[in-house]
Design a protein around this ligand. Sequence first.
Ligand code: MG
Length: 498
Amino acid sequence: MDRILFVGFFIASTCSASPPNFVLLFADDLGFGDLGAYGHPSSLTPNLDRLAAGGLRFTDFYCTSPVCSPSRASLLTGRYQTRSGIYPGVFFPGSIGGLPLNETTIAEVLKPLGYATAAVGKWHLGLGPNGMYLPTNQGFDQFLGIPYSHDMGPCHNLTCFPPDVKCFGTCDVNSVFVPVMRNERIIQQPANFLNLEQAYSNFATDFITASAKMKRPFFLYYPSHHTHYPQYAGPGAAGKSLRGPFGDALLELDNAIGELMTTLEKTGVINNTLVFFTSDNGPSLMRMSHGGNAGPLRCGKGTTYEGGMREPAIAFWPGTISPGVTHELASTLDILPTIARLAEAKLPQVMLDGVDMTEILVNRTKSQRETMMFYPSSSNEKYGLFALRLGKYKAHFYTEGSGLSGTTPDQDCSVFAGFKAHDPPLIFDLEADPSEHYPLSLEGKPDLQALLERIKKVKEQFEASMVFGESQMLKGKDPILEPCCNPDCSPKPGCCRC
Ligand code: MG
């Protein structure tokens, strides 16, 4: 029996015994270089490092956007965000649009098979009129969390620890206080950030324990606010890292993951659960030491350089995934098809951009993925792709810096590096030069000329297949849609507190 057939048989037989559970952990604005397991010298991430040591660690794993909302849309649908209309930019508290309800999320893929599903943490795929875009309308039985980023509210409420230390920087002072929601209901406004992660952790524990007790397969989606700016941490982590507020926030996330792993062990489901960890986009370098770190990669959040979109990723499943490191190309897009395969669920009947990566996880075979497409946060149909990776080569057709990546000495990262077209594109060999420092010179090199022709062809073919969905962001905002626990109060937004 050849190896691939054998894996197919193994997975099928595992599934028929008891469908596997899935825990999808999603960090926020965490860079390629932020975890101990990825070489950071002072981060304290013992639990994530343990997952990396006992699981499969990816070196060439990509999210699909250098900002939050589009990246999350792709993760949950297995499709580039342009198809679902999640561009340009991100959702805000009063946004009218959201992830269209006719898109199929991972939760909706699993529901018909009887999975219990829950989302805990940061949603950021819309709220809309009457909360129509909340997780409970997108396949999740339960939701506890904040419907958008936690800097989208008055900053003075984003308390650091100790509580008398004010956060620095700017937040959206003209918005309502940041709410915590349970399903469609606001249960706290403003959010108490000092016990938020613990509340999430308790929710996760209860959900896993209840599902295990009922012998029901489950899918837990846990997109934490950590380590998005402004940083915060409760008493279990505040002041306890070596890396200041960012390190404390990361340590708090790591502690929560440790608790979750303990719950999986205690409930006896750990050997039947795939735990997958990654992040939505690269580090917010504008926050300097209060933002993340892209390690050796160029620039960060808001850019289509490697630092904006290549992410740490770890797959952990004792007995099924053997420990190691893979250099295969993979993406958040691939998580939906992989989960569908492992659960023996039907794939949505739409144009998917993800490919099944089960064979990489279980058997370390070659990736089915040969390309990765890079759309900017300001995506539009006129320019389309900014960059494309084909095998080990990446071609930048357009580049643009970002305010979110300012403060680095590299001038191409900052907001002052305006939109630039490159013809021929800048081509980098990411194996020899992962930092994108040295564009290849094509002159007098027929093999590279041939590569360029191939890249252009792949781009043309892909773009011919891309149908941009109606932009959900361009539907605009209406202050009346901002969540308020006390809807008839006045004057808004300041009176929205309960
Ligand atoms: Mg983010």
